[in-house]
Design a protein around this ligand. Structure first.
Ligand SMILES: *[C@@H]1O[C@H](CO)[C@@H](O)[C@H](O)[C@H]1NC(C)=O
Ligand SMILES: *[C@@H]1O[C@H](CO)[C@@H](O)[C@H](O)[C@H]1NC(C)=O
Ligand SMILES: *[C@@H]1O[C@H](CO)[C@@H](O)[C@H](O)[C@H]1NC(C)=O
Length: 449
């Protein structure tokens, strides 16, 4: 399983590409990945309506009909465009002996069973294949006997897709914040498909989200009683939080404050950084900048202190978050490293080098979320002459002139050509203008504050 090579695929823009993806994926991965399709339809999607704020933090995770269902039966699911979150506001037994099975204690005439893959992006059939389903059993009169009793609800989600910082934040950590922040650490995390390096990497975040050690169910293999349960995490948007959506009230600003406190970040506004400092994210395998040295010389000539960061350094998030935060400008080619924009101070600038055929992904995953963070976003859209694909295929090949024709061949082709085969030789004269613009923004931020 090559996790670092995976790439987020689905979303609303542009429609043609998305449709093609959906078709292709249905082909590649079959239709049996989401086992609860029909079952899902029994639960309504969330509705926004005025009602009194609930007392129970669990109830904040559902609205309307689903909340009434939770209040009357003790069990309900929020089924939204992206995510599924199932809640039990009554005692549950969780058996971790073989995968995870949840027994709820609501009264059912007949025993019913279903399963959920606890992953925030239910639409992403590609990534969903790495998530082990959790069984939910309703109405079993003889559930297994508890070996451990817990005082706080369990939250169950999977780290099956870990390994890429974009997915780690976008699909797991931000959704975890959205779903459980208001429990004020009074939740017990059960991490399915437990990845020890993921837990170690984000230990600081986990220790603030829960007062308990993160459980590896496959190593624990016992029966646990909890007063309630949250299965799955709520998702809002790419590197974004929507304060009006369930559970209500959290914005990307709150998440960035949380990161600031968690990692002890020093700078909240770019004007606090004395000398203009630029971090360049150097990619080593794919989408490399072939004339890095020339680029760095130009940046230094403009007056920047330049920090060149590698993927290896970025893996130590505790340290790296602070390094990013001390920079006024973050520069990199389209890729997961740009997720580090989360650690920039307000008024800082993110510059994305957009290789051919990837403009929409560049905007969707990293560009569009920036303004919400009060980070300025500058695009550097390369010209065909700057792409190594031109050398490889020739200037008039459809790969260069008509990316949509490559998209029509499906995701694997797109991935192979535009993401894995393409390097960039930046036009220094043109790129200098973008960096100069970044410098102006940073200087202006200091003057006008
Ligand atoms: C656990 O789940 C995986 C993935 O669905 C499945 O292949 C495996 O057989 C399950 N193991 C048990 C013991 O049920
Ligand atoms: C299983 O989890 C319980 C409760 O957190 C803990 O006390 C116990 O030591 C764990 N057992 C193993 C084998 O990890
Ligand atoms: C400088 O900052 C001020 C205040 O934020 C803003 O109104 C103005 O447009 C900025 N000027 C430039 C050149 O960015």
């Amino acid at each position: 399983m090559e996790k670092n090579k995976r790439w987020p695929v689905f979303g609303p823009a542009p429609v043609t590409f998305v449709l093609i993806f959906v078709m292709i994926f249905a082909d590649f991965f079959g239709g049996d990945i989401v086992p609860f399709d029909q079952w899902m339809q029994q639960f309504s999607s969330s509705q926004v309506e005025e009602e009194t704020p609930p007392q129970s933090p669990l109830a904040r995770l559902v609205r309307g009909k689903d909340r009434r269902k939770l209040e009357t039966t003790g069990f309900a699911c929020d089924v939204a465009e992206h995510s599924i979150v199932c809640l039990a506001d009554l005692p549950v037994r969780i058996n971790t002996k073989n995968n995870i099975t949840v027994y709820d204690s609501s009264s059912h005439k007949v025993q019913e069973e279903t399963s959920v893959k606890p992953y925030a992006l239910q639409k992403d059939k590609y990534l969903l294949q790495y998530i082990t389903p959790v069984r939910i059993v309703h109405g079993d009169n003889q559930p297994p006997v508890c070996q451990y009793n817990h005082e706080v609800p369990a939250v169950i989600f999977s780290s099956g897709i870990s390994g890429n910082i974009f997915h780690e934040f976008n699909d797991i950590l931000i959704p975890l914040f959205i779903t459980t922040k208001h429990f004020q650490s009074r939740v017990f995390i059960i991490l399915e498909d437990y990845d020890p390096s993921f837990v170690a990497k984000y230990r600081k975040i986990f220790s603030r989200m829960s007062s308990y050690e993160v459980m590896n169910p496959a190593a624990n293999r016992s029966v646990h009683c909890f007063p309630g349960m949250i299965l799955g995490l709520k998702y809002h948007d790419n590197l974004a939080l929507n304060p009006s959506d369930i559970p209500g009230g959290y914005s990307i600003h709150d998440f960035r404050l949380f990161l600031g406190e968690t990692y002890g970040l020093k700078f909240t506004h770019v004007s606090q950084i004395r000398r203009p400092t630029l971090m360049f994210i150097s990619r080593e395998k794919t989408r490399k900048i072939l004339n890095e040295d020339e680029m760095i010389t130009m940046m230094k000539e403009l007056g920047f202190r330049v920090i060149v960061a590698t993927a290896e350094e970025a893996r130590n998030v505790n340290k790296f978050a602070n390094t990013v935060n001390s920079c006024s400008v973050l520069v990199g080619a389209h890729g997961a490293g740009l997720t580090n924009e989360l650690f920039l101070s307000a008024g800082a600038v993110m510059v994305q080098v957009e290789p051919l055929g990837l403009e929409w992904a560049a905007a969707k995953y990293y560009g569009n979320p920036a303004p919400g963070m009060h980070v300025h976003y500058l695009r550097y859209l390369i010209e065909p002459e700057e792409s190594s694909l031109t050398e490889l295929y020739g200037r008039h090949h459809s790969v260069i002139t008509d990316p949509e024709s490559v998209y029509a061949k499906g995701y694997r082709e797109v991935r192979a050509v535009y993401l894995d085969q393409q390097d960039v030789r930046v036009n220094i004269v043109r790129f200098r203008k973008t960096i100069l613009q970044a410098l102006k923004l940073v200087k202006n931020a200091s003057l006008t504050r």
